[in-house]
Design a protein around this ligand. Structure first.
Ligand SMILES: Cc1cc2nc3c(=O)[nH]c(=O)nc-3n(C[C@H](O)[C@H](O)[C@H](O)COP(=O)(O)O)c2cc1C
Length: 227
């Protein structure tokens, strides 16, 4: 698949088939993602690829704690709720997803069901927990940038093989559960996870395309008009 096609067509996938994902294809995808750039070539990332019983234990533990009202326990600092244009974009994608899923604005039960799917990592057959070296933790760390690069690489590489993904902050909301069942070493910090599997073409939310600003609203060009 062409890079341009993958970049333009990729979207988050939140419904998966039961078809197993082989270790071989996952290794190919990770080998591609691992080509990501990083600050001074530090490559501070680690990918913990979960399936089967350990993933079920993470799913169940994360969901049970969220349902019981345990406050989210993530390992990186949280910016809090979004405001302004960021909030507007958050609402726009939520509306798009709820519309195709037939979830009415006031249907608390269905909305809760959707949120719980997120905590279950959308029942994906594979979850990749993305961590970085704890020695780089702290204000001013650039490791988050490096992990963004490798994670986007992962998502695009998966797409090029026909695999669907959603980067899934909800999946590590109760990070102690992830740490325990995934056996994350103490010298690593959990940043996020990526739910992955073969896309279920019948699952309505998978068709949603999120909107983007046009180039003039994103980029300024300086010095181009000078003769
Ligand atoms: C850091 C990060 C965390 C995310 N966490 C979630 C999540 O918890 N649940 C979810 O449904 N989508 C999550 N997403 C996916 C975004 O909602 C999605 O990328 C965005 O709406 C744009 O849609 P697209 O990926 O289809 O282009 C996350 C994406 C990123 C980059």
């Amino acid at each position: 698949m062409e890079l341009e096609q993958a970049m333009r067509e990729r979207r988050s996938i939140r419904g998966f088939t039961d078809k197993p994902v082989t270790r071989e294809v996952l290794e190919e995808v990770i080998e591609m993602a691992n080509c990501a750039p990083s600050s001074m070539n530090t490559q501070p990332w680690h990918l913990h690829v979960l399936t089967g019983a350990p993933l079920e234990a993470v799913r169940n533990g994360n969901s049970a704690r969220m349902l019981a009202g345990v406050p989210p326990e993530r390992e990186i600092e949280d910016h809090g709720a979004y405001d302004g244009v960021h909030r507007e974009r958050q609402i726009e994608i939520a509306k798009q997803l709820f519309a195709v899923m037939g979830i009415e604005r006031h249907d608390k039960e269905m909305r809760q069901d959707w949120v719980m799917r997120g905590f279950r990592q959308f029942d994906a057959p594979v979850s990749i927990v993305v961590t970085f070296d704890r020695s780089l933790m702290g204000n001013g760390t650039i490791a988050h940038f490096d992990l963004g690069a490798v994670t986007y690489g992962l998502v695009l590489a998966a797409w090029s093989k026909g695999l669907g993904t959603v980067i899934n902050g909800q999946g590590i909301m109760q990070s102690p559960v992830v740490r325990e069942h995934a056996g994350i070493p103490d010298d690593e910090v959990i940043l996020t996870c990526v739910a992955l599997g073969w896309p279920d073409e019948e699952f309505a939310a998978n068709s949603v395309r999120s909107h983007r600003r046009a180039v003039p609203n994103v980029a300024r060009f300086v010095g181009f008009d000078e003769s």
